[in-house]
Ligand binder design. Sequence first.
Ligand code: ADP
Ligand code: UDP
Length: 237
Amino acid sequence: MQKREELYRGKAKTVYTTDDSNKLILHFRNDTSAFDGEKIEQLERKGEVNNKFNHFIMTKLEDAGIATQVESLVSDTESLVKKLDMIPVECVVRNVAAGSLVRRLGVEEGKELTPPLFEFFLKNDALHDPMVNDYHIISFGWATADQIEKMKALTFEVNSVLKRLFDDAGMILVDYKLEFGLDDAGNIVLGDEFTPDGCRLWDKATRKKMDKDRFRQGLGSVVETYIEVAERLGLKL
Ligand code: ADP
Ligand code: UDP
């Protein structure tokens, strides 16, 4: 597979076209950003760790029958994926209260959410990714009602697979963000990434934060902790 030109450079990944018009290469860089790109640092090995972590998780989801972008790992920091027409919203599921939910509603961090919550955010850094609902998405034409139902159902399917996977490895899946896109046949497919950059994971026994909150809150040992998460899942890095 030949890499062609750079299509898009985001905050953490660069997207390249390839000689197959239906496939892209995602390059996971060491750049780590928080607060809509206000805080940016290079963290040694993060690109490699996230690339391999994402491939591992997407393969688990694919094995569980969820359609994902996954094709193959092409280098330590690059993956070949299906090219998707991305829907510009983030799908967030929360099993435990944390982050913006706590700030917005003044609820206690750590409160178990039964049933889990689902929220949509518009992908727009300049507007700080505002929360939107189904009506905004349909009215502005970002997705149809049917596509919305599919994204919700798939995001909850991911929750059943991953909650269990992390629980078995001694971690709580607090919340996470997914992005979906349409493949060339118009099917909704999971794209982007699932890594500790886009979810919250707490150690079950000590509640130690094992995700990007270590970076956001300046807790240190960011990549070391991502590696610990991977190793607990049985992924050798
Ligand atoms: P951001 O755009 O938020 O700064 P990244 O640095 O992660 O984020 O950039 C990756 C970009 O690639 C995102 O805009 C994402 O929506 C897009 N993307 C991820 N997976 C795919 C895919 N399979 N096909 C097309 N675009 C994708
Ligand atoms: N998230 C993300 N990208 C975003 C916004 C959120 O990956 O642009 C993830 C975040 O890491 C967390 C979940 O989505 O796991 C919920 O994030 P929240 O709304 O609490 O926002 P935060 O306080 O993390 O900015």
